[in-house]
Design a protein around this ligand. Structure first.
Ligand code: TMP
Length: 232
């Protein structure tokens, strides 16, 4: 368990100008979706949002990198262009900068209002994409997260499927945002292993969802978890 996850819930002002992290974890209604590229996160996130709204909850749907105007600008620097355009360390700093803005301006205010926040990717993506296979980099990700972000989701749904199937789906709709998909099949296999490790290391927060099958079947698996966690 990371230090951030061992903290108890407390709050600090949204948009705080101090250097401290903008929030403390875990937040029960902060739900993140993770997985390899093309795992079906966006479709499933929209399905859960619909179910929660039908149940009368206020739902904020957001994504990373991005989710706030400033973070969306940083997103373009990260997901477009040549695969090795940034060093891994620069990339970690850019993802963390985008996340800080997103947490301050969108996530924390929504959680304080009592909304459910559904976020397409969060810090586990940085742990996996930027940290997999390199202990020093992974430690840097964790240190920055602890210092600058300081919030963990209450529930992380990791959509799990063979990256070969995911890449086929992702390449159908990638457009210009394919910087990470172009890192290839071996990279995606390493990502999947890293997401499995994250699930094992954080059993209270992370749930592996079998993402094979049609969208209705996968949505039913997710609804069962949401119900068990008291979200619905
Ligand atoms: P998306 O395709 O799910 O919108 O995500 C954009 C890409 O950014 C995806 O290939 C994963 C990558 N990514 C990271 O490498 N690190 C991160 O921290 C996040 C949030 C995304």
């Amino acid at each position: 368990m990371s230090p951030a996850e061992s903290r108890t819930a407390e709050s600090s002002p949204a948009g705080s100008t101090s250097g401290s992290p903008p929030g403390r974890a875990p937040a029960a209604a902060f739900v993140t979706f993770e997985g390899v590229d093309g795992a079906g996160k966006s479709t499933q996130l929209a399905r859960l949002a619909e179910a929660l709204r039908e149940a009368g909850r206020e739902v904020v749907v957001t994504r990373e990198p991005g989710g706030s105007p400033g973070a969306e600008e940083i997103r373009r620097l990260l997901v477009e262009g040549e695969a090795h355009r940034w060093s891994p360390e620069t990339e970690i700093l850019l993802f963390t900068a985008a996340r800080r803005d997103h947490v301050e301006r969108v996530i924390q205010p929504a959680l304080r209002r009592g909304a459910v926040v559904l976020c397409d990717r969060f810090a586990d993506s940085t742990r996996a994409y930027q940290g997999a296979g390199d202990a020093a980099r992974r430690a840097l990700v964790d240190r920055l997260h602890e210092t600058i972000i300081g919030i963990e989701p209450g529930l992380t749904l990791i959509l799990d499927l063979d990256p070969a199937d995911g890449l086929a789906r992702a390449s159908e709709r990638a457009g210009a945002e394919d910087r990470f998909e172009r890192k290839g099949a071996g990279f995606q296999q390493a990502l999947r292993r890293e997401f499995h490790r994250l699930a094992e290391a954080n059993p209270g927060r992370c749930v592996l969802i079998d993402a094979t099958g049609d969208p209705d079947t996968v949505a039913a698996r997710i609804l069962a978890v949401a119900e068990a966690r008291g979200l619905l």
